[in-house]
Design a protein around this ligand. Sequence first.
Ligand SMILES: [Zn+2]
Length: 489
Amino acid sequence: MADYQKLEAVIGLEIHVQLNTLSKMFCACPNNPEESKPNTNICPTCLGHPGTLPTVNASAVEKMVRVGLALNCHIPKESEFARKSYFYPDLPKGYQITQADKPLCQKGFLVLSNQRKIRIRRIHLEEDTGRLVHDHQQNCSLIDFNRAGVPLMELVTEPDFKNGQEVTEFAQELQMILRYLGVSNADMEKGEMRIEANVSVQPKADPLGSGTKTELKNINSFHAVRMAIDSEIERQRVMISQGEKVTQETRGWNGQQTVLQRKKEEEQEYRYFSEPDLLPIRWTEREIMEIAQSLPELPAAKRSRLSREYQIEQQDIEVLVRDPALASYFEKAASELLSWKKDEKISSEKTSQLMKLLANYLISDLKGLIGSGSIKDLKITPENFAELIILIFQGKIPSRLAKGLLKDMFETGGDPSQIMADQGLAKIDDEKMLQPVVKRIIDNNPQACQDYRQGKTAALQFLIGQLMGETKGAVEPDHARRLIEDQLK
Ligand SMILES: [Zn+2]
């Protein structure tokens, strides 16, 4: 019997992702996951009619190589497609075109935030199957072939994960990289990204993998993947420490615990062989280099650059990295601030305050106003947003009023100084901007002015109240009193 404390988990992943190409993998049918009418995007090729020939979708192949390069993979000079024979009702040909021992990408890795390196064994390209729809009213099953032949990438990791947290971090980072590369939205809820985890538990000192693995499948959110893995590790640790044997099986997740879906009988024999209807894919070094040079800045690089250049909080950096449009807006506004600080000769310590102020107003306030809308529709230019931050930084607008000003800018797209002038929202000690407002109040209230001159102090209070109201509280009461008294002299 094994000691519960000395048992540790070994986890490996297989992740399938639908690529967002315009057409399917081996025919010209549209690849449209939004198509709701069954069997609309189909042709003899993706229905597997005898005598049809597949043609490789070059865009899918290039997207895959982009993913491979982003994940530090080696791209072999030659790779090829293979036939995997098995019978399933939603697989019309009776075999799937996939890749076997010559995949497009090999031996990559991704580093987690705890600095552990997760090795990627391979990433290959294949075609998706159709979809079975079970009609319980009619008591029958129907097949929709819209998805049959959609390009699917399969990524296989080495068994390098230790817990559910590491797995979800890896999967979320992968999703972000796929989005940065523009190859897939990889939405788990929509089935665009499907994670299968092989989980086994064994004594820590045992490097050979003596544990029996179970396969967790059909889990459709990051949160559920994490819970399912941790719950499965616990189940196996308890079983093994009590002397029970874990059996090889496929398990699902019911929201509370992993549940048996089916027992694994002997390994299936897929009889892989090279696809005779397709030529091998060959690359020159130059072609690979050109694709590598076309990659955008990836999340990890963006994280370290933002931290180096702007010295803002780690959690703010994470918000920006997850939202590239917001990050680009931040950087435009930050560059305005940096050139302003250069002219004003602001110290570097103060610069970091300025950047934190920008990150704060952008991430808490502006993002809150945008809500579920898109930053692309935002009326405030980065220049005007930077100007607002400078006004706040200089104390020209009290922070209690800044949020209201930001809201006005959000609605009208106006320039902050202009809005302040229009609304009499002058800075506390800017006499020049306040004088016309004071004059207007005095002109509009002749009776109160006369009362004041006759010694009625309540009249002065009234005029101060008017000025405070006009400036929405931007003027301190003492200052307002002095301004009015001076004007009435
Ligand atoms: Zn087709």
